[in-house]
Design a binder for this molecule. Structure first.
Ligand SMILES: Cc1ncc(COP(=O)(O)O)c(C=O)c1O
Length: 370
């Protein structure tokens, strides 16, 4: 099976550990283990875990964890939750289980490349729903309706990486209606769920759409990236059966040890969100001020998540710009070329505020020099 190189992962993998200032990160400032246990007032917790038998645990996931996750949604039974190794594994399993050669899949674009390259690798005819900057990255629902005719699956990502677009309740219902019209599944990658900078209330696609399959993880909005845990949630029992039977070939279980830490995170989910919304809101302001002060940069401001996709007005390929930033200024961000869109770069604002400020200052220096 051939698969296209995952451009953003290749680029990040090559440089992220050797740069001084990393503005490419997409997670909200990950906790260290000690910080996390202090944050949830459970510094004694590792002592408690000492007696945990390190068995395979539960194939579908720790029952208490599935139960806790099911409560994040309206009317979802714990049986509708399957624990995965991050959202990347969750998305993989959905495509592996449901997409067959010749199927038609509509995917949002630009996007986290897995969402369109993987169904293509499984033999689907992938049609791209292109978001355009001149429309403020807002999708054209008539175009979606045309593209979705005969589709087996519509793939969305809300909040959206790389643009920070946030579709609201009405938009999500609209997508659901289109999917229902053609009998298509909706896969909603909600990895950045809840990081709504301006406080918009947006439900999960699962609470609006019976046919939805949603994926999410502990990486981005919960700052526990290193746990490598996530989940798939669906109310469709037939889909769950397919996921389970395919998963037998890829994963026996996630880690029982890490699932206990994940459970602790969900028991404190509101406090973690409070911390993380504080971080993204403060950093968003730093970024906004910088964009507004830089004549060569403009953007559609992100509404949610941890990343933005500004545009620069210079005749320099985005990869060259990113490489010069790395080599000359020690600043790392992702060139638009990794999203197959020139003239842009993706910048993360979920990390350390001072690092962001200094990185932007050096970016300004490079812009002057260019
Ligand atoms: C939209 C989206 N989905 C999934 C992932 C995978 O994340 P993880 O496996 O850490 O949950 C990412 C990571 O950048 C992402 O941006």
């Amino acid at each position: 099976m051939k698969v296209d190189p995952f451009l953003v992962e290749r680029f990040m993998g090559k440089y992220e550990h050797d740069v001084e200032l990393n503005l490419a990160e997409t997670c909200v400032k990950p906790f260290s283990l000690g910080e996390f246990l202090r944050f949830v007032d459970r510094e004694d917790y590792l002592e408690e875990l000492k007696d945990l038998p390190l068995t395979y645990g539960y194939v579908e996931g720790l029952p208490e964890l599935r139960e806790r996750i099911s409560r994040l949604y309206r009317d979802l039974n714990p049986e509708g939750v399957l624990i995965s190794r991050g959202a990347i594994d969750a998305n993989f399993l959905v495509f592996f289980s449901l997409v067959e050669p010749g199927d038609r899949v509509v995917s949002i674009f630009p996007a986290y490349q897995q969402l369109y390259s993987l169904p293509k690798a499984f033999g689907a005819e992938v049609r791209l729903l292109r978001l355009r900057e001149e429309d403020s990255w807002y999708p054209d629902f008539e175009e979606l309706s045309r593209l979705a005719e005969g589709a087996k699956m519509i793939v969305v990502n809300n909040p959206h990486n790389p643009t920070g677009l946030l579709l609201d309740r009405e938009d999500l219902s609209h997508i659901c209606e289109i999917a229902e019209r053609y009998g298509a599944y909706v896969l909603a990658d909600e990895s950045y769920y809840g990081l709504n900078i301006f406080g918009d209330e947006v439900p999960s696609m699962l609470d609006l759409c019976e046919e939805a399959i949603v994926t999410r993880s502990f990486s981005k909005s919960l700052s526990l990236t290193g746990l490598r845990l996530g989940w798939i949630a669906t109310k469709d029992e037939e889909v769950m059966r397919e996921l389970m039977s395919h998963r037998d070939y890829t994963t026996i279980s996630a880690s029982i040890l890490l699932e206990h830490l994940a459970l602790l995170a969900l028991e404190n989910v509101e406090r973690i969100y409070e911390r993380n919304l504080g971080i993204v809101r403060r950093n968003f302001e730093i970024l906004r001020e910088w964009v507004e002060s830089e004549p060569l940069i403009d953007w559609v401001p992100p509404k949610a998540g941890t990343v933005a996709f500004p545009h620069y007005s210079m005749d320099v390929p985005s990869e060259e710009l990113a490489l010069r930033l790395i080599k000359e200024k020690g600043v790392f961000l992702v060139p638009g070329s990794c999203f197959e869109m020139e003239g842009h770069f993706r910048i993360g604002f979920g990390g350390d505020g001072e690092e962001l400020r200094e990185g932007l200052r050096r970016f300004s220096d490079l812009l002057r020099e260019l």
